[in-house]
Structures are given as structure tokens and as C-alpha cells.
Design a protein around this ligand. Sequence first.
Ligand SMILES: [Zn+2]
Length: 418
Amino acid sequence: MAEGISRRHFLWGSAASVALLASNQAHGAVIPAVPMEPWQRGFLDIHHISTGRGNSVLAICPDGTSIMVDAGATKGPTDALGPARPDASRRPGEWIGRYALHHLRTAPKRELDYFVLTHFHGDHMGEITADSPVSSKGDYRLSGVADVAELIPVRQLIDRGYPSYDYPAPATYDATLNYIRFARAAEKHGTKVARLQVGSSRQLAPQHAPAECASFAIRNLAANGDVWTGQGEDVKHLFPPLSTLKPQEYPTENACSMALKFSYGAFSYYIGGDLTCDTLFGTEPWMDAESAVAKVAGPVNVAAVDHHGYYDATGPEFVRAMRSRIYVIQTWHATHPALQVLDRLYSPILYPGDRDVLATGMVPAAALADARLSDRMLSQQGHVVVRVLPGGDQYEVIVQDDTVEEGKVKARFGPYAA
Ligand SMILES: [Zn+2]
């Protein structure tokens, strides 16, 4: 049985995946698996890239507009992490940049129309060490997004802080300061840098053939505690005025994460960085930005699970509102996902009906700790690609091997109806 593919879902896979896995099982050896077919016009491909060191999503929109959300590079190795993927010979951001170049080979341009950073944590933008090389383009070190931009041009860079980078307080984290130096240098070299406009469905827009994908749109749902109301481009603010809080009570970096919703015809997809639902045991209800965002985002067909499935996120209100058919968890640490998160994701009390859960990189310790539910997961290891077919009525889910750079197909599921 292929690594991380459960027997139950092995039986439920599409004919192609059943044939692939049956052949694998029969011979007990690695079969000559094929790479996934490249993107073509009309597809919306959403790649959850597995490096074992943080989050990164590459979306190739129906007209070929490319959007990367995050490019993490957390420090390793530690006992809590699994192996770097494909291996440790390159930094995670280099692998991500090369992955994007490969999968954009059939797009109109091999560049990123947008890089969107959900929030300022190293597993989303890149941590730095004394060994991180200095860029030739500015006074910043190469890690995460800076490594990506070294390999592939970025036309627009969107984050939650530009230009002042001072909400809720000026940055002090070395990785954030490095990112800000990177953003300033990118701006000097012609990249448009902007803060996410919450509520807008026009800031992230098709760049190559908008007339061909009139049913495709991206709605900016949240950032910095601002949440779209569902009406026009109106926004409400969740957090109390900072003047009423002590600095140690300020909204956390995770709570300030941005969230986006992609729509294509009947299909919809949610991604919300590291939003959390923790309220300090009910004492600070305003801290639960996740539930407020989920209520305006859901329901969707596919949801990226907030905060890696960590114990303080993916709360019952998130699951109830999302009612998603597919959940993708970007996991790479022994605490990802928490057992109670899987319990919520599979709960028929929160909503009825089938749903499938896939993770990008489940560390063995996490699979053991979650054993009561982890064997129900469709996949526990590999790049998870959601491919929405032209028009948005149907989509499939493809798992690619993350131990080889070309990413051979391990399994595919669907098609699902949107
Ligand atoms: Zn994170």
C-alpha cells in the first residue's frame, strides 16, 4: 500500500488511482508512476506544496494568473519535524520556487503575478539563521519568500502590514524585519507592494485573459481583525481598540492572519493562514477571529485547515460553517494536526454528509497520537493538488510524491461535483 493512503479510501479512489495502487501493491515495488498532467487553460490548480518545513500554496488560475500564498521555511531539524522534502540539499524556499517554475511551464508566464503572505511567521515567510545567505539584490537574507523571489519574478507582493508594518505593534522578530527589508528591496526593483484590501474582490484579479474567466474571483475575507461582512466591500473590525489593551493583550500574529476565498463557477476554496479560535477559556471572545471569518466564508467545497490543524484552531464553528467536502491540512510538525481537530473535521454533528481529509506531511508521532482517526485520512504525505475542471462544476484531488522533485502522482480522487 502506498505510504499514507488508507485502505478504506484506497477502495474508494477513482478507477485510475485504484489501478495505480493495485499495481503498486501487486508488485510490492515502486511502479513507474507518471507526473500529473500540466495545467491548461480553464483549469484552476491549487497546489499545497510539501517541504516538511512550512506552508506554501501555488494557485494557477483559469487564465494562467499565478498566486502563491506563503512560502514557509521553519528552522530544522528538530525531533518534532519529519525529513525535509524532497531532501535537505536545498532550502525550502528554493524547492518551492523550483516547484512553481515547473508547474507554471504551460502558463502564459513563468512568474508569480501575486505573492500573498498571510502573516509574519517563519513557517509562512521564512525564518533566518546566521547561515542564511545574503541576497545580491538587497540587505536581506534568503529564506522562504525571499528564496522564491530569487528564482521567479514576483509582480505584486501583498501582505498585512505594508507600508508601516506597525499593527498591532512595530515588528521586532528578526524574520519579520528581514521580510520587510526584502519587501522594500523588491519595491525598488519594480514589484508592486500593497497591503491586503479586506472586502475587495478586485485586488487579486485575473491578469492574462480576464474575459475568459468571468466566473472566477478571489474575495479578500480578512486581515488584522478586519472581516468582510458579506455586503459589497464592507468590513467590520473584531478587535477592541488597542488603547484599551495592555501590549501583552494585543491580538496575536496568528489572529491577524489574512483569509481568502477563491470562487470558480460553482466551486469554492478557502484559505486562512493561522487564524485561531482560542478565547483564553472564554474570557476574551474577540480573540476568536476564525469563527467570524468562517461564517462569512462558508460553505465551500475545499478548505485549507487553519493553523496546521493545531489544537487552538479549526473550531466547531469553523467546521459547521465550512461544511466542506475536502479539507487539506498543511502539516509538518508532531503537533499537526491535533486529535480533537480531526474529531471536529469528521463530526456528523457539525454537519451531515461525506468529507475527506488530506495532510501534506504527517510526522509519524502525529499519526500515532491521532491513530483513533488518522487512518480515515485519504492521504498523510505528499503535495496535495486540487484541480478544478473548466467551468468549475467538477474537481479532483491529486496527491503527488514529495520525495522526488518532479512529483509523480501517488493517488488521485474524484471527480467530485462542486
Ligand atoms: Zn503557521
